[in-house]
Design a protein around this ligand. Sequence first.
Ligand code: FAD
Length: 302
Amino acid sequence: PFDMLIIGGGPAGASAAIYGARKGIRTGIVAERFGGQVQDTMGIENFISVKYTEGPKLAASLEEHVKSYNVDIINGQKAVALKKKEFVEVELESGAVLRSKTVILSTGARWRNVGIPGEMEFKNKGVAYCPHCDGPLYKGKNVAVIGGGNSGIEAAIDLAGIVNHVTVLEFMPTLKADAVLQESLFKLPNVTVLTNVQTKEITGTNKVDGITYVERDTGIEKHLDLQGVFVQIGLVPNTDWLRDIVECNNFGEIIVDPHGATNIPGVFAAGDCTNTPYKQIIIAMGSGATAALGAFDYLIRN
Ligand code: FAD
């Protein structure tokens, strides 16, 4: 069996693998797609100590760094089940079963898409999902935020300090965000809130130039000229196959303690698939290191 088996090859998993391997223990990593969300990212400006990089470049460096250690990389494979027996057993889609003394779950998350025309076409060309990452690119411009829940309103408040103007579009008749957030939002001079509207299309030629929506009570279609659309309708953790096995919160995020431990002895978790409050590359890497050290501590005690 492995000493440490990592499921997920994003920043959290790569970091855990390096920390594991550096302890001289038998380490493996299973990844459906090595690099994770970083593969889908254009410019990265907040990976501290690197002023600017691009997703595929960072993903390649992650893989190169992991490969420089003695780590078994099982790429292009999906884990589908986990059982705790004498060892932790992880079943892959291929039917293979891997056994390990400790497992680190780092399967990440995905942004929920609105699924309207223009969204896929203009991803990274005006359609964005992460205000911490891409907000500064829209300095002085007009943007929309789709979604009036907590993340949408937090994004709108954050963006209002950077961009020229923010329009929030919410499908329901009222915003769903906490009252304190709404209070802060309504104090801002450069924010417009549209409720009870259905977004129809993100328009543009080679980049976003606007958004079309329908007022649900009147049926009237309207268009706004703007340069950016932030989609904020939820981040979904990739934990569907784990929810009945490992303790998760209401969002499906794996609950971890400060050592990265889950409720199952020997099973740890890190990165965007956990209940860590902020989802960023640097945070995922830190939590991967924590989980690996937590798992190593567990190994030497058991
Ligand atoms: P992920 O990167 O999601 O990696 C998950 C890994 O698990 C992948 O290898 C995946 O294939 C694998 N996996 C999932 N399920 C299974 C399974 N069942 N079996 C096997 N493998 C599985 N953050 C920043 O700090 N700065 C930025 O500028 C930035 N820009 C972003 C732009 C975009 C478009 C997106 C989508 C995200 C951005 N982020 C940014 C967020 C950042 O990418 C994530 O916080 C980070 O990648 C999380 O790392 P992770 O390792 O937890 O998960």
